[in-house]
Design a protein around this ligand. Structure first.
Ligand SMILES: Nc1ncnc2c1ncn2[C@@H]1O[C@H](COP(=O)(O)OP(=O)(O)O)[C@@H](O)[C@H]1O
Ligand SMILES: [Mg+2]
Length: 253
């Protein structure tokens, strides 16, 4: 990716501290990064290093104590709550580490809700949701409640919900964390197709270095800070077959 383009995500001097009892926990310390349209970014780091907090600050859910987040040059924190929600729905497809489902809706309706929210008609949204579930052979669970699904099945539904609006940016927080190898491969393949064919910007968070094979840029985090950033010269140097082979060897946790 060239740096001549404007960043789609720009983070400058970001600090986030959580107050627990009387203690201040520094979750993010002076984070600076730029993500350009079409990049496949993997944010890699051990549990507790601040990855989810960074994702939440980028999508406007966690106001930083200091610093700026800009999406397409817009500061999301200048918007009111409704404005932030609309901005988030337009710009991001988010796979959260813990999926938050609408409990009164079934699997199909939860996926369709993303499209309803951005103005599509109900019947169209349901049809698209059905197509989307079939990507992961989940259409048979359409009428189920989310509580009837395993963690891995819920992740696949969460990925459908994130992809269905064709957002310019996918933000995925440990999307392969509780998937078996075959499911992890199918989720990663979907991300790869979106990135290569549709130029969707992907930001994937993981603690598992195996997934850096998919990345055009790797951002390493440690103790709330970025320890290094690695932009790959040859973006798609590794063949899909090779990656699938590595995943199939059971290197996925
Ligand atoms: N809502 C919160 N309240 C208090 N502490 C939090 C909260 N969210 C995260 N933290 C703390 O911030 C640090 C980073 O957490 P997190 O961003 O979840 O890390 P990761 O996603 O890399 O596992 C951890 O020390 C965690 O305990
Ligand atoms: Mg996390």
């Amino acid at each position: 990716m060239t740096n001549s383009k404007h960043p789609i995500i720009s983070v400058e001097g970001l600090y986030k501290t959580f107050k627990v009892a009387k203690e201040e926990i520094p979750a993010l310390i002076d984070i600076n990064l730029q993500i350009f349209p079409g990049e496949f970014v993997v944010i890699l780091g051990p549990s507790g290093c601040g990855k989810s907090t960074l994702l939440n600050t980028i999508i406007g859910l966690e106001k930083p104590n200091a610093g700026h987040v800009k999406i397409h040059g817009h500061n999301i924190y200048n918007l009111d709550e409704d404005g932030k929600t609309v901005f988030r729905q337009k710009n991001f497809g988010v796979v959260h580490q813990q999926s938050n489902w609408i409990k009164s809706l079934n699997v199909l309706e939860n996926v369709a809700f993303s499209l309803n929210a951005v103005g599509h008609k109900h019947n169209y949204s349901l049809q698209m949701a059905k197509n989307s579930l079939s990507m992961f052979a989940m259409e048979g669970f359409a009428k189920h409640k989310l509580t009837e699904l395993s963690g891995g099945q819920q992740t696949k539904v969460a990925v459908c919900r994130a992809l269905i609006t064709h957002p310019p940016i996918i933000m995925a927080d440990e999307p392969t964390g509780n998937l078996d190898t075959a499911s992890a491969v199918s989720v990663m393949s979907q991300f790869e197709v979106l990135n290569r064919v549709y130029k969707t910007t992907i930001v994937m968070i993981t603690h598992n270095p195996i997934y850096t094979e998919y990345a055009t840029k790797v951002i390493n985090m440690m103790d709330g800070q970025i320890s290094s950033q690695d932009v790959k010269d040859l973006i798609y140097e590794t063949s899909v077959d090779h990656k699938v082979h590595n995943l199939a060897k059971g290197l996925v946790s």
